[in-house]
Ligand binder design. Structure first.
Ligand code: ZN
Length: 431
């Protein structure tokens, strides 16, 4: 009987999880002939679930599709029906996607179970591997629909939402044999679950810059999104003297520079971005009278985000006032941060140190993940895997085999320590 303790073991240098992601990167696992696009409950999604379920069975799991269309594999613990450690990520993708975003976390979950099953090892808890169906919101104008169903935080389904072909979510569910009236039955009870672990590519360049293959996520960032409108006066580009202009675009340019400066003045996890800019009237011989731009601010804590937002708003007001421009700020999005569970995060960091021989690099996730939804159900933790140049949502997404194997060792070590000294008893979530 293998021990729960001991030194990190050696794994093959090539990663079956990465190879499987590569296999799933093309037709029939993609809805497009060129590149990868896997939409929630599409033909490619169904083909993917069939293939992944087969791998779950080979690894020693039973599998089922839940009421929301998630694929769930289960490996029983020492006692049948015991609460489960959930290991998940998503099976859907954006258009023209990379092969590892989401998928790698699911494939690593299967490797974890395959490893314990091959050793004949049953844990004091069950392991469940979840492939979520809708994280990206790339088919319907929604996102994280299916993890919200599992976490029990989905109040109502947008059944009349339509995809690019005009098909409603209602019809898509029906044609997949899913009953909209039973969708919310995908919800777990907190006492069925021990915790949620997600492995995901970083989708950013921090681990690469730190020369680390894996890292530990401390929180998923708080986010604000604003629409900023600057109203000046349009005028003739030839006849309006510079001193008399109320140039909305020049004001916006100054504002964008201020946003960049304030974003760069905070801690590493603070980021501020202007990603869209519309200029009116938009002619080469007209002084711009109108400039509208997006503003996205994120940080690991609401405190850091809010401080930056306050500074940015003050800077924008000053610029507008000095230039005689009318400023309007409309907040469109306010997402609170999701802290990862401190105890589980410490355990993950310890496992990273044991496996890599280096202190774990901790970082905030600027991108959203299923984990932030699952945090409403159970304590969550995340391990990040380095990806080449931080590129993601792009066919150029690339992951090293040895990094994926390192992540697998971290997950195995983490689960062994969890089995040897359990986390706190699951408690009812309270906000
Ligand atoms: Zn993802």
């Amino acid at each position: 009987m293998p021990s729960l303790h001991g030194q990190p073991e050696a794994l093959p240098t090539d990663s079956r999880a990465v190879k499987r992601c590569d296999q799933l990167g093309a037709h029939p696992f993609s809805d497009t002939q060129d590149g990868l696009f896997r939409a929630y409950l599409s033909d490619a999604y169904k083909a993917t679930c069939t293939q992944v379920a087969q791998w779950m069975h080979e690894a020693g799991m039973t599998s089922r599709m839940d009421a929301a269309g998630n694929l769930i594999g289960r490996y029983e613990g020492q006692t049948p029906g015991a609460p489960a450690l959930l290991i998940g990520s998503h099976l859907d993708s954006v258009r023209n996607a990379g092969r590892y975003d989401g998928m790698l976390g699911v494939m690593l979950g299967i490797e974890v179970v395959a490893h314990f099953a091959a050793q004949g090892l049953r844990l004091p808890f069950a392991l469940e591997v979840i492939g979520f169906g809708d994280e990206e919101g790339s088919r319907f104008p929604t996102s994280m629909l299916t993890s919200r169903a599992v976490a029990g935080t989905l109040d109502a389904l947008p059944l009349d939402a339509v995809d690019a072909n005009g098909t409603t979510l209602r019809d898509v569910l029906h044609s997949n044999g899913l009953d909209p009236a039973r969708y919310l039955e995908a919800a777990y009870k907190p006492q069925q679950v021990l915790a949620y672990l997600e492995a995901h590519i970083e989708q950013g360049p921090v681990l690469e810059a730190a020369n680390m293959g894996v890292g530990v996520v401390t929180a998923i960032a708080a986010q604000y999104r604003f629409k900023v409108s600057m109203q000046g006066v349009a005028g003739h580009a030839g006849t309006m003297p510079m001193s008399l202009r109320k140039d909305a675009l020049a004001a916006a340019a100054q504002a964008i520079a201020a946003i960049e400066r304030i974003g760069a003045s905070g801690p590493e996890d603070l980021v501020a971005t202007v990603g869209q800019l519309c200029v009116g009237p938009g002619a080469s011989n007209v002084v711009p009278g109108q400039a509208t731009f997006s503003l996205d601010i994120r940080a690991g804590t609401a405190q850091v985000r809010d401080k930056a937002a306050t500074e940015i708003c003050a800077a924008l007001h000053t610029i507008a006032q000095q230039r005689g421009i009318t400023l309007a700020l409309e907040r469109q999005n306010d997402l609170p941060p999701t802290p990862c569970d401190p105890d589980l995060t410490e355990r993950l960091a310890t496992s990273v140190a044991r496996v890599t021989g280096h202190t774990a690099r901790r970082l905030v996730s600027g991108a959203g993940h299923d984990a932030m939804v699952m945090a409403a159900l159970t304590p969550v933790c995340m391990v990040f895997i380095r990806c080449k140049e931080g590129i993601s949502h792009n066919p150029a997404e690339a992951v090293r085999h040895d990094d994926a194997q390192q992540a697998l060792l971290v997950m195995l070590d983490f689960i062994r320590t969890l089995a040897a000294s359990p986390a706190q008893e699951p408690t009812e979530f309270s906000a």
